[in-house]
Design a protein around this ligand. Structure first.
Ligand code: URA
Length: 433
């Protein structure tokens, strides 16, 4: 076997690794024999030189097998997971997980925390008083059998390779690499025990993949490697040229998710949940067509079953289930400020990443994994692409625990909302399936 330095040099020079070389790299890194600086050098070499399809599959398999594999085989039916490549205002899991479970398909999901301008489901869930995202495997299986939905943090012994590598990629400029993203996402899903996965690949200003071509290449590779590792995978490319829904933050997003489960959510979020949910019901074999599945989802919302499943899920994970009926129980930062339109016209576009950065400036996000987060901070937009606004009209309400944070956050938000004279074309929510 080549030494670690030789493996780094080989990748630096654009050579292809054998399967066992990749497994060796992952094994020695996870065991602590390979220091972060060597893995950082290899990651940058892989970022710049790329990995072949065969190498990407070997990397994914080695990462998935770097720790314990969750065993959900005692739960009957097809276990579904859903993953988004990350965006701004993306609270889809909070709606989809109970909605799909209420229609009879078990959903088990390991989620992540917010990093950079994108939010994380775990932080959002933790804004519900009492909600716990750490669950023992036996309790997890029981909850899945009882309620059909469980969302947890990745435990330390499941896919430890991804945990270490993701943290390193985040601070070494090596996140936006297709093979590394595929390894990270698919290894987690394989180790997490789901049988089938619906992947929402975001494209646009708020996503890692800014162009359709990049997003399409990522989607194809995710599907190919997922299937190679024995999972059923469906990818959908969806719009992230503006935030999803109106709320960006943590508790404000939970509040919007609850409204959506009651059938009162924003149109784009509702539509995305129905479309992804329909795919999950077909994959979960409780519906034969997406059209029938959609009807089942709409019925569940209308009959209150989706919201009841949300409440049962929150209670099972120790949270205050009364938030479903009384969202005022969620934390909200003490101070509010309104950003008004500097001129009249149409909202013609967003820098969605800038909106996420503005929410971070309010305290809703974290710069590094260790940064503290204010679960009650965030912002709620009052206009989206295509809406007309009049000078002085509110564009957004911002929430923070320190009034001193508003100036910079408002400035960043204002820069991120483009107002023009001509009516823009409506953004396409689904780019490709
Ligand atoms: N989400 C992940 O889980 N991993 C990545 O590398 C990028 C997005």
């Amino acid at each position: 076997m080549k030494s670690i330095v030789e493996l780094i040099e080989a990748k630096r020079d654009g050579k292809e690794h054998a399967d066992e070389e990749i497994r060796h790299l992952i094994d020695v890194y996870v065991s602590g024999e390979m220091p972060d600086y060597q893995m950082a050098a290899w990651l940058m070499a892989a970022f710049l030189r790329g990995l072949s399809s065969v190498e990407t599959a070997a990397l994914t398999r080695a990462m998935a097998e770097s720790g314990r594999m969750v065993d959900l085989s005692s739960v009957p039916g097809v276990i579904l997971d859903k993953h988004s490549t990350g965006g701004v205002g993306d609270k889809t899991t909070l709606v989809l997980a109970p909605l799909v479970a209420s229609c009879g398909v078990p959903v088990a999901k390991m989620s992540g925390r917010g990093l950079g301008h994108t939010g994380g489901t775990l932080d959002k869930l933790e804004s519900i008083p009492g909600f716990s995202v750490t669950i023992e495997e036996s309790a997890l299986v029981q909850q899945l059998l009882d309620i059909g939905v469980v969302v947890t943090a990745q435990s330390a012994d499941v896919d430890p390779a991804d945990k270490k590598m993701y943290a390193l990629r985040d601070v070494t400029g090596t996140v936006r690499s297709i093979p590394l993203i595929v390894g990270s996402i698919i290894s987690k899903k394989v180790a997490g025990g789901a049988d089938a996965i619906v992947l929402d690949v975001k494209v646009g200003s708020g996503a890692f993949m800014k162009t359709e071509d990049e997003a399409r290449a990522l989607a194809h590779e995710l599907q190919r490697v997922g299937e190679l590792l024995g999972r059923t995978v469906q990818c959908v490319m969806t719009d992230m040229s503006q935030p999803l829904g109106l709320a960006v933050g943590n508790s404000v997003e939970v509040c919007e998710a609850i409204r959506t489960l009651k059938g009162e959510g924003p149109a784009d979020l509702t539509e995305l949940c129905l479309a992804l949910g329909a795919k999950m019901l077909v994959l979960g074999a409780v519906a034969t067509s997406e059209r029938d599945a959609r009807t089942m989802l709409l019925d569940s919302i209308a009959e209150g079953r989706a919201l009841a499943t949300f409440s049962a899920w929150v209670a099972a994970q120790g949270g205050d289930a009364d938030v479903a009926e009384n969202p005022d129980l969620l934390p909200l930062a003490e101070f509010a400020a309104v950003l008004t339109a500097p001129r009249s016209g149409y909202v013609v576009g967003f820098d969605a990443e800038g909106v996420g950065r503005s929410a971070m400036l309010l305290g809703a996000g974290r710069e590094t994994k260790e940064s503290p987060i204010d679960l009650g901070a965030g912002l709620v937009l009052e206009a989206k692409i295509g809406d007309t606004v009049v000078e002085g009209q509110p564009l957004a309400t911002l929430y923070a625990s320190d009034e001193g944070l508003f100036e910079a956050a408002k400035a960043r938000l204002l820069e991120s909302i483009v107002i023009g004279d001509d009516e823009p074309e409506a953004p396409v929510l689904f780019h490709e399936v």
